[in-house]
Write a protein that binds this ligand. Structure first.
Ligand code: HPA
Length: 270
């Protein structure tokens, strides 16, 4: 496994003209951040050694290398979800490859269902903690000591430093921003009303089908993490309406300009 990670990282490194400072994983409907990137190279996942290939709609499956406001970044347009049938090591393979390629900061974005009753559809939520409800953990198996310890501390997974900076940026830009707990679950079903209620009782502000596995792996490897989520539908009792992948994509796309501004400015501030 370590050999595969190294081969993928070595291939990507051979494509860099500088050391990227940040790795970015773009979620559903949020691929438009790519428009902020001055693209130097765009590589199909199928051309990266050992990379899984993305299957879900709205995820095109490319690694973009370039600059955001002068900062050299590597961005994944399309991620791998557990519900697609990938093993956890495949879902999290890119995060390890990024680390092995010398990247120490990871930005992740996603779409999620809102559980906090004060959130409206279209709310942007900075992730300040997560709950892993995947029923498994990507670190199960022999520990890869090259990356981190057997029993990783999880007391501050999402960087307070970056969260504070994001709120400063939002204030200056007049963008309203919330922060809360993201609960990750397998999908592919959206939640029943009772499941939304249960996840709220468990302490989550939003629920989605991604992010937690990659973040666990990145945190294990000592990366600084910033996560941001767009609330695309409501799981609040009395506000639940039928939800579809198309609706999720539409709402995410509408909120994207503000999210993009925050990410771009945050990258610039690093
Ligand atoms: N539940 C789970 N995942 C999601 C949702 C949701 O309501 N919305 C977008 N991704």
């Amino acid at each position: 496994m370590i050999t595969k990670i190294k081969e993928a990282a070595d291939f990507l490194k051979s494509q860099f003209t500088q050391q990227p400072k940040v790795g970015i994983i773009l979620g559903t409907g949020l691929g438009g951040l790519v428009n902020e990137i001055k693209i130097e190279k765009s590589i199909d996942y199928k051309d990266i050694p050992h990379f899984p290939v993305s299957t879900v709609e709205g995820h095109s499956g490319r690694m973009i290398i370039g600059t955001i406001r002068g900062v050299y970044v590597m961005a994944m347009q399309g991620r791998f979800h557990y519900y697609e049938g990938y093993q956890m090591w495949q879902v999290t393979f890119p995060a390890r490859v990024m680390k092995m390629a010398g990247i120490n900061t990871l930005f992740v974005s996603n779409a999620s269902g809102g559980l906090n009753p004060s959130y409206k559809v279209g709310t942007i939520m900075v992730i300040n903690d997560h709950i892993n409800m995947f029923g498994t953990n990507p670190l199960i198996g022999p520990n890869m000591n090259e990356f981190g310890p057997r029993f990783p501390d999880m007391s501050e997974v999402y960087s307070k430093r970056l969260i504070n900076k994001a709120f400063e940026i939002a204030r200056k830009e007049g963008i309203s921003l919330e922060q809360g707990v993201y609960l990750g679950t397998t999908g592919p079903t959206f939640e029943t009303p009772s499941e939304y209620k249960m996840f709220r009782i468990l302490g989550a502000d939003a629920v989605g089908m991604s992010t937690v596995p990659e973040v666990i792996i990145a945190h294990h490897a000592g990366m600084e993490i910033f996560g941001i989520s767009i609330i695309t539908d409501s799981g609040v009792p009395g506000e639940i309406v039928e939800v579809s992948h198309e609706e999720v994509q539409k709402v995410a796309a509408a909120a994207e300009p503000n999210m993009t501004k925050i990410i771009a400015k945050l990258v610039q501030s690093l």
